[in-house]
Write a protein that binds this ligand. Structure first.
Ligand SMILES: *Cc1c(COP(=O)(O)O)cnc(C)c1O
Length: 342
């Protein structure tokens, strides 16, 4: 089965499993897991921050960032189709008590003018803006990359207005590999930066949230405990994360090449509408005109050995990752063309 539903379906390799099996561990709630501590140091250094905290998921990382940097009743600026808005079960409202101010970006990318216009005035009647969030790459935008200049402009406005910024960098390293801009360069505008180990980097679980502010780290640690994310011998998982950071960053380029190749194959199919320029990293969105319903088309593709996601209307999403080979990509293109021709 060629599984292009998400880059979260990657399974730990044999070598990663060996690293996990050998991991030295301790109780991480006491701060005594040496492998977790090593991963946190590595992750912080990679994004140019002083410290980082290991958490079970990217959702928890985002939620800790919200909880630690905004008070209940305050407002957080987010892009309208961001992960925090769509895929976190309303946790921003339910757990952090914040209200989101949605800014509609183009392919998920907000402009600095839009962000500036969304900041509330310091008026006694008006809800107060607490935090600005940026998602890079933007998942629902199609794996799109924030231009560094846009981040710099948003960062300048945030500093001027005294507002912290959080980077949801679930796929930050996809942006890094695609552009050559370092993670530190992206991260320096943000108070908190999170990234996932469990997506294209191939670890079975875990994210990191990094900051320069040690008081912030202590807040994040307390809220992690509150949210049930304090883990014990988590070094077994952290070892997978270390392996992922050491071996699986540079190879993300392969995923991007595969996505471009697949997009090229799909775009040749008459029933498919796909903007090749929109494919910047490892995520492809495209439309299909078909007499089949999306559920039927997904089932027909599955019967031929290809899994993709229908994401509403006539739109579909395919995601490349480290468990998909170049041959799989060619085969996926054939399955797609063949199934639509039937
Ligand atoms: C996947 C993802 C997350 C976190 O997801 P988890 O499944 O909770 O690890 C956060 N933000 C974005 C943009 C994502 O794609």
């Amino acid at each position: 089965m060629i599984d292009l539903r998400s880059d979260t379906v990657t399974k730990p390799s044999e070598a990663m499993r060996q690293a996990m099996a050998r991991a030295e561990v301790g109780d991480d709630v006491y701060g005594e897991d040496p492998t977790v501590n090593r991963l946190q140091d590595m992750g912080a250094a990679l994004v140019g921050k002083a410290v980082a905290l290991f958490v079970p998921s990217g959702t928890m990382a985002n939620q800790l960032a919200l909880r630690a940097q905004a008070q209940p009743g305050q407002e957080v600026i987010v892009e309208s189709r961001s992960h925090m808005v769509r895929y976190e079960q309303g946790a921003g409202g339910a757990l952090a008590g914040v209200q989101f101010h949605w800014v509609p970006g183009e392919h998920g990318i907000m402009t600095s003018e839009q962000v500036e216009a969304a900041i509330r005035p310091k008026d006694p009647h008006t809800i107060q803006t607490a935090l600005i969030c940026v998602e890079n790459t933007h998942n629902s935008g199609g794996g799109t990359i924030y231009p560094l200049a846009t981040i710099e402009r948003i960062g300048a406005i945030a500093r001027q207005r005294g507002l912290p910024m959080h980077l949801d960098g679930a796929r930050l390293f996809n942006a890094v590999v695609a552009t050559g801009t370092s993670a530190t360069e992206y991260a320096k505008h943000f108070t908190t930066v999170s990234f996932c180990l469990s997506k294209g980097l191939g670890a079975p679980a875990g994210s990191l949230i990094a900051t320069n502010d040690r008081d912030m780290l202590e807040k994040l640690r307390r809220f992690r405990r509150m949210y049930g994310g304090g883990m014990r011998q988590a070094g077994v998982l952290a070892a997978a994360g270390i392996f992922a950071l050491e071996h699986n960053i540079a190879r993300l380029k392969e995923d991007h090449d595969h996505a471009k190749r697949l997009a090229h194959l799909l775009a040749q199919i008459p029933a498919v509408t796909l903007d090749l320029k929109s494919v910047e990293t490892n995520i492809i969105f495209f439309d299909v005109k078909s007499s089949r319903s999306p559920a039927d088309l997904v089932a027909a593709l599955k019967a031929e050995g290809l899994l993709i996601n229908a994401v509403g209307g006539n739109t579909y999403r395919a995601v490349t990752h480290l468990d998909v080979s170049a041959d799989d990509i060619d085969r996926a293109g054939q399955i797609f063309a063949g199934t639509l021709a039937k």
